[in-house]
Ligand binder design. Structure first.
Ligand code: AMP
Ligand code: ZN
Length: 475
């Protein structure tokens, strides 16, 4: 059996994967800061983490995935104060949006979604431990982590803070730090801000300690894999390591995996450029959700993903090839036996082996998709001669194995052959829908075009787009 290997940011090399506990994986994935709706960059990272988790499951691991919600943080407090509401009221719509988006992109729910505001006691306990072990100090009601006390600081990011001038000031509310490199664990509150009681007076946690405390509460002091986007490497994850290892004296995380960013039309997303898209923005532009997931899944996680309308259209046509193959497979003539160069049972088994082998190698999706589309070609070539029951079953099983990771196939295409025999729609109705689909495509309303096609497919109509336009027949 193939063994999994991942590119570990800690050490920057490919490493064979061994879980701490046989057959089980603890996976911590930094979640959203809920002061606005997630943008498609955040969603790219969440989809990568979903593919990682599904791959681990494909390899037989039982995965406990934890994704936190950062629901107390400076931008949240500023937003809640500006809106004149408490932080729960302010964050709830963004939390709802986050869950709705994950669902729309077929992301499997994590085992737990701890909220920072529910883990304040654990954060305070960890800060007390850090003070006791002389990794942290209190100043004016705030507590800071003393970076000079951590021998390995910088190992993850490769950032060397030695040359940073001591004593310079960075932020007004952190003026009491001994050393500019130190970071805040607990912030004394300003009047009017939400706060919690602590041994150091009323205040709130710093962002980094939130993840250290929540991962400890749900996965223990040491666990297998920690993920996020590349912007999380420094300072967030570097600081998490310093805090968690400083408090426990144990190795925090074995493997660190980070996904590259998503850009739009080659530019970093930003409000000022007006290219900071949410999923709803894409849906409004007529982009199909399955095509978004396919696009995200098809680009290797350590490569920058440049989102363009063209790239999502290409993703849509790759999906159509898959859908059409699934449909033809379901509706192909069954024959008792057939002679061909390589039977589809063998082809399907070999495809699954190749697909797994490629994913095992640091989630090499392009290789995995190459194996899948190799089978698609072979099946399309074979189907006109009919297919045996055994071949049908094996190809179907292979596709569902593949889709347990990709999560992109359309269940409509799997509808059994007699669920729609094409009689439910008259020729005129079919022609009308095809014309509407053509019009929707011309207006680049691909979501509507896909919906119309799916409707036809569900009614048992085979729709084929060829060089001479679209043709159809009853399946
Ligand atoms: P945030 O809500 O900013 O804490 O981010 C949530 C997740 O999205 C983190 O793992 C970030 O690293 C990731 N992220 C932020 N911006 C992007 C981007 N442009 N592309 C991909 N991932 C991102
Ligand atoms: Zn985090």
């Amino acid at each position: 059996m193939d063994k999994l290997s991942f590119f570990n940011t800690l050490g920057r090399r490919l490493e064979g994967f061994e879980s701490l506990e046989s057959g089980r994986v603890g996976l911590y994935t930094c979640g959203p800061t809920v002061y606005s709706s997630p943008h498609i960059g955040n969603l790219r990272t969440f989809v990568f983490e979903d593919v990682l988790r599904r791959t681990l499951e494909l390899f037989g691991y039982e995965v406990t995935q934890v994704m936190n919600l950062t629901d107390v943080e400076d931008k949240i407090i500023a937003g809640a104060l500006a809106a004149g509401v408490d932080i729960d009221t302010f964050t709830q719509p963004f939390i709802d949006q986050f869950f709705a988006d994950l669902d729309r992109l077929g992301v499997k729910p994590a085992s737990a979604y701890p909220r920072a505001t529910e883990h304040i006691a654990g954060m305070i306990a960890m800060i007390e431990e850090l003070i006791a072990r002389e990794h942290a100090y209190e100043a004016d009601g705030s507590v800071y982590f003393q970076v000079s006390s951590s021998t390995d600081y910088g190992a993850l990011s490769g950032i060397d803070l030695c040359n940073v001038r001591r004593g310079s000031r960075v932020q007004d509310d952190e003026y009491a730090k001994d050393d500019i490199r130190d970071f805040v664990l607990w912030k004394a509150c300003k009047p009017g801000e939400p706060s919690w009681d602590s041994p150091w007076g009323a205040g709130r946690p710093g962002w980094h300690i939130e993840c250290s405390a929540m991962s400890k509460a749900l996965l223990g002091e040491s666990f297998d894999i920690h993920c996020g986007g590349v912007d999380n490497i420094f300072p967030h994850h570097e600081n998490e390591i310093a805090q968690s290892e400083g408090a426990s004296g144990k190795r925090f995380v074995r493997y660190w995996l980070h996904s590259e960013h998503l850009t739009v039309d080659g530019e970093k997303m930003s409000k000022s450029l007006g290219n900071q898209y949410t999923l709803d923005d894409l849906v409004e532009k007529g982009v199909a959700l399955r095509a978004v997931r396919y696009l995200f899944v098809s680009v290797h996680y350590r490569q920058r993903l440049n989102f363009t309308m063209e790239s999502v259209e290409k993703a849509g046509s790759a999906l159509r090839r898959l859908d059409e193959m699934c449909f033809h497979l379901t509706h192909a003539e069954r024959v008792p036996a057939i002679r061909r160069e390589r039977d589809l049972v063998t082809a399907a088994r070999e495809m699954v082996d190749a697909f797994r082998g490629e994913l095992a190698h640091d989630l090499n999706v392009s290789g995995a998709l190459g194996a899948l589309f190799g089978l698609v070609k072979e099946v399309n070539r074979a189907l006109p001669d009919g297919i045996t029951d055994a071949e049908h079953e094996e190809v179907r099983a292979a596709l569902s194995t593949v889709d347990s990771v990709l999560g992109v196939l359309d269940s409509e295409c799997w509808a059994e052959r007699d669920s729609g025999d094409g009689d439910s729609l008259s020729d005129a109705e079919i022609e009308e829908r095809l014309a509407q689909r053509q019009a929707a495509r011309a207006e680049r309303d691909f979501a509507e075009a896909d919906r119309l096609r799916d409707e036809l497919v569900a009614a048992g109509i085979v729709v084929e787009d060829g060089p001479n336009g679209t043709v159809w027949r009853r399946g």
